[in-house]
Write a protein that binds this ligand. Sequence first.
Ligand SMILES: Nc1nc2c(ncn2[C@@H]2O[C@H](COP(=O)(O)OP(=O)(O)OP(=O)(O)O)[C@@H](O)[C@H]2O)c(=O)[nH]1
Length: 343
Amino acid sequence: MSPITSTNTTATATEAIEQAFQCYLNVYFTQRDLTGTLARLSPTITGFGTGRDETAMTFAAVSQLYRRDIEQAPNPITYRLRRPPHIQVVSPDLGLVSAELDLHTMVLDQAVSFQHLRLSLVFVQRDNDWLIEHMHLSLPTQAHGEDEAYPLKELEARNQVLERLVNKKTQELQQALTEIARIATTDTLTGLSNRLKIDAYLDTAIQRAQDAAYPLSLILLDLDHFKRINDTYGHLQGDRVLVELSGLLSATIRATDLLGRWGGEEFLVICPGMTLEAAVERAEQLRAAVRAHVFPGLEQPQTASLGVASYRVGESREALLTRVDAALYRAKLDGRDRVVQAL
Ligand SMILES: Nc1nc2c(ncn2[C@@H]2O[C@H](COP(=O)(O)OP(=O)(O)OP(=O)(O)O)[C@@H](O)[C@H]2O)c(=O)[nH]1
């Protein structure tokens, strides 16, 4: 072989290796294409190393590392070669590439950068293509602490970033759960507590009343002839009246009472610590407030009927609710616009 031919052959091999190298950077860093990356590897690849530990010795193990790497950080990695890669043709079918890179990417929405990474690749010629026979990527030494095989300092910093991210996500999740709980326990029309919340609150109130032997009263209010409002003014106007009524009732009860929409045009007030007499008095105030209220859009004043019941020791939630409902029923039967206390 003449020297000229030898030089030309080397030049051709250098170009081919550089091309193979650029192709590897493109499929691995830019495209994050696992299949494309694995196609750049020799089936007899001897290893893939980072830091001081050789972490893979076979094609299967190397593939596994590439898979994990690309799956965990699928975003494109921006790389910058700090100078042209150093390419050395060792023999007609063996070449070395050394390069120094800066990398930048996003992992879990966080910017991650590495500078002065050193990448060494051994290329072998197979079927007119140059494939990677060995790869070694060294992390920047300044990131390693003393006696550290891995750049723990860097990992600590990233750990803090991840911790902040986990805290932020946990907080967002808690806010979402609070919002879901609020939606699940709120009546969509009036914004008052719905039956789910009423039941839970009532169970707690009953338990407390039983444990501490203090009174607990319920007031059940139902607007009179509400169907007429719907029939005369339409369902939307009926809705507005219910919203208006819930505002009126909210303004009339104590902060310690719970007002909820029991259903349709029925509203329940749970009054912990309130005796039957005091609850009847409060129910009278509510009745008078409804009667005196001018409901926008309605020509006639409205009235409401109310039942009142106080908890009896040992009584179940259902029994208490049945009694207050029966009292309301009697208020309706007795002519409406009145308060009846339960037997
Ligand atoms: N607009 C509106 N109407 C509702 C809603 N929920 C229930 N209703 C209506 O409330 C009306 C209740 O009618 P009834 O049970 O006959 O009671 P009422 O007309 O108030 O008569 P009394 O209770 O006997 O005085 C029905 O027409 C229901 O369709 C609601 O969310 N919006």
